[in-house]
Design a binder for this molecule. Structure first.
Ligand code: HEC
Length: 153
């Protein structure tokens, strides 16, 4: 689906006599957007399963929680990588242009998110329920903190 759409777009752009360089840039931006949105979707799925355990909506399962936390910590750098190109502020995205105007501020948010999710994975592996809940609460703050500055609703 994605590739056939890309091919169609490539055909269109050559019809419109854009340079191949512009067509290549456009394809890359679409790929970046898909890449980061996919990673963020998986972040949200892993995160909400842990939230259900923390809130007692679901039976606590140590090994499931550890797996979720480990996966989350691996997904964060993948989501970050999807924001590399400023060209990807155009298209089917809710990313604000502030991300590329204030790269240092945005990278700082991701650095905190990375540190908190790594800590959560570390603490979950030790199995102390109180510490895990605290580390989870710390991780949870990152979502809103970044979305309110860098994501359209
Ligand atoms: C450092 C910034 C940052 C952090 C931290 C962050 N997000 Fe996001 N998130 C974004 C941005 C920016 C977008 C918009 C991406 C786009 O549309 O291109 C987004 C989009 C999303 C999406 C929509 C994905 C899609 O398919 O369009 C979900 C779901 C999401 N975030 C969940 C979360 C959750 C849950 C957390 C916390 C565990 C979180 N995010 C933490 C920046 C962040």
């Amino acid at each position: 689906m994605f590739w056939s759409k890309t091919l169609k777009l490539a055909g269109l752009t050559s019809l419109m006599m854009f340079s191949t360089a512009q067509a290549a840039t456009f394809d890359k931006a679409e790929t970046d957007i898909k890449y980061r949105q996919s990673a963020l979707t998986m972040i949200a799925i892993n995160f909400s399963d842990m939230a259900d355990m923390v809130k007692g909506k679901k039976q606590w399962d140590d090994s499931q929680f550890q797996l979720r936390a480990m996966q989350l910590s691996h997904l964060v750098p993948m989501a970050h990588a999807g924001f590399a190109s400023a060209d990807s502020q155009e298209g089917n995205t809710k990313a604000k242009s502030e991300i590329w105007k204030d790269t240092a501020g945005f990278d700082k948010k991701f650095a905190k998110f990375t540190a908190d999710t790594k800590n959560l994975a570390f603490v979950s592996a030790r199995g102390e329920r109180g510490d895990i809940k605290k580390a989870f609460g710390q991780t949870a703050k990152n979502c809103k903190s970044c979305h309110s500055d860098y994501k359209f609703k």
